[in-house]
Design a protein around this ligand. Sequence first.
Ligand SMILES: O=C(O)CCC(=O)C(=O)O
Length: 272
Amino acid sequence: MQTATSITNFLQQPYALTNEQISFYQKNRFIKLKDVLNEETLNFFNDAITKTVALLNTELRPLEERTTYEKAFLQLFNLWLEDEVVKELIFSKRLAKLAADLMEVDGVRLYHDQALFKEPGGGITPWHADQYYWPLETDKTVTAWIPLQAIPLSMGPLEFSAGSHQIVSGRELEIGDESELLIQQKLKVTDFKHVIEPFDAGEISFHSGWVFHRAGANKSNEMRKVMTIIYMDAAMKLKQPENQNQVNDWHRWCPGATIGEIINSPINPVLY
Ligand SMILES: O=C(O)CCC(=O)C(=O)O
């Protein structure tokens, strides 16, 4: 598979972000942006990522034999190391600059990427905050959530609790039935708006590491295909891990990094 020059060029072009959009992100710690990817680019990477996921996937059990987490999606990591074409999307300046501008940092590097394919009949993604898993010193982290097709409500688009990064309780929960129940109970008695909207083709969202989010089940007959890129401030330091998941993430996603120092392993390249 070869990437057309028009796509390579498009991935370098900046997306015009307004000051209002940056303020919205800073306040709510998520944002949805339309037309970040054009039709040609989206269809091309839909094909490339679908093929890579099919090659890498080892989950063959029926949904009813899996845990709530395992029912939520097929989860495949660091596709950029597996496929040169997918790497072009992960290394896109257009996306990385958006991440840097929203976080108001000078540069970003990759934490890791992952494909999140919610199968037809796949379950909910329970409420959670991502940064519980990450041994990272500051909150300058953001995930680009990139649907590879339009996502109507029936397919389980990503939902956000706007501004909920301010809530500390619930951050200590890993993704599962308990996080869904306890975080939902907590959010119900707050004024943070629960945003549940479909995504158009080409629309993508960015959410920060401590904002609570979830997704509904996939009630359609089609795979909900999503690619994600997790960025961190290029100056991010490794912190002393606070739980076993953070120890695991350290060795898996920042191999060889030293506590208290900038994370600069070969799999954490600066992308902008
Ligand atoms: O795709 C999903 O269902 C959940 C995604 C998510 O939680 C994330 O990207 O942080």
